[in-house]
Design a binder for this molecule. Structure first.
Ligand code: NAP
Length: 249
């Protein structure tokens, strides 16, 4: 079940956190992995982690806000491994502020890195998937895209935008054998949530019905499932992974 042998997965933002877990878990299921970071050091770290786990693949330097960089990285993957068959749009950042204090750059950076990036990377990979008449696109959105969160108008708007993108593209490419889904994590233990104060983390853990923040693997197993042949009849969906904090209809 859930075997990914022969698949070529591009995971953006795989140097740490959720992306790293997804890259390693997909690799353990047999996929060849290209996992990205914005730095040489981060990309080297991905290569080392894959090597140590005995997984085929490598790290690559990619800034998802640079269109040329995106096109070149995807072209290089096609030359080295073949066309990307699983794309995980995971890279993301936060720049929290109340709207009245939010600077234009804080708004623009979030929309560019978390939403426009997904347009760029997906478009670059879609031609290969369309030719192969198979593919999986998995977009990492957030609980906040569904619930909203004070101080995160920019982030919530980008993540909600990803949901609309996911459903629209799912309809466009279904006839080509390509599925497009989103995963909406709740609060997951990564660098992104490490900056939360301890009192806030304790408060959150109490509010989460399953009693703890999530870990990367909680999200990674869902990504593996959505990428697998067993999920071939699932498209245009948002799968929430949040310990019960938000129960979507
Ligand atoms: P993280 O630990 O902060 O890691 C972020 C990753 O994104 C890093 O690998 C980073 O690469 C990469 N990245 C940042 N800016 C980039 C850019 N411009 N181009 C390419 N890559 C870039 O984050 P995380 O918590 O694992 O979050 C991963 C995804 O899950 C994000 O989309 C986030 O919004 C979403 N999410 C997280 C949570 C949570 O509780 N943690 C909840 C809901 C959704 P570098 O190596 O260069 O730093």
């Amino acid at each position: 079940m859930f075997a990914l042998q022969g698949e070529i997965a591009l995971v953006t933002g795989a140097s740490r956190g959720i992306g790293r877990s997804i890259a390693l878990t997909m690799g353990q299921q047999g996929a060849s992995i290209v996992g990205t970071s914005t730095s040489d050091l981060g990309a080297q770290g991905v290569t080392t982690a894959l090597d140590e786990a005995g997984i085929d693949g490598k790290g690559a330097v990619l800034d998802v806000t640079h269109g040329d960089n995106v096109v070149n990285v995807v072209r290089q993957i096609e030359e080295d491994f073949g066309p990307v068959s699983i794309l995980v749009n995971n890279a993301g950042i936060t720049r929290d502020n109340l709207l009245l204090r939010m600077k234009d750059e804080e708004w623009d950076d979030i929309l560019d890195t978390n939403l426009s990036s997904v347009f760029r990377v997906t478009k670059a990979c879609l031609r290969g998937m369309t030719r192969a008449r198979k593919g999986r696109v998995i977009n990492v959105t957030s609980i906040v895209g569904a619930t909203g969160n004070p101080g995160q108008t920019n982030y919530a708007a980008a993540k909600a935008g990803l949901v609309g993108f996911t459903k629209s593209l799912a309809s466009e490419v279904a006839s080509r054998g390509i599925t497009v889904n989103a995963i909406a994590p709740g609060f997951i233990e990564t660098d992104m949530t490490a900056s939360l104060e301890k009192s806030r983390r304790d408060e959150l853990a109490t509010a989460i019905p399953l009693g703890r923040l999530g870990v990367g693997e909680d999200v990674a197993v869902v990504a593996v499932f959505l990428a697998s042949p067993e999920a071939s009849y699932i498209t245009g969906q948002v799968i929430h992974v949040n310990g019960g904090l938000y129960m979507s209809s």
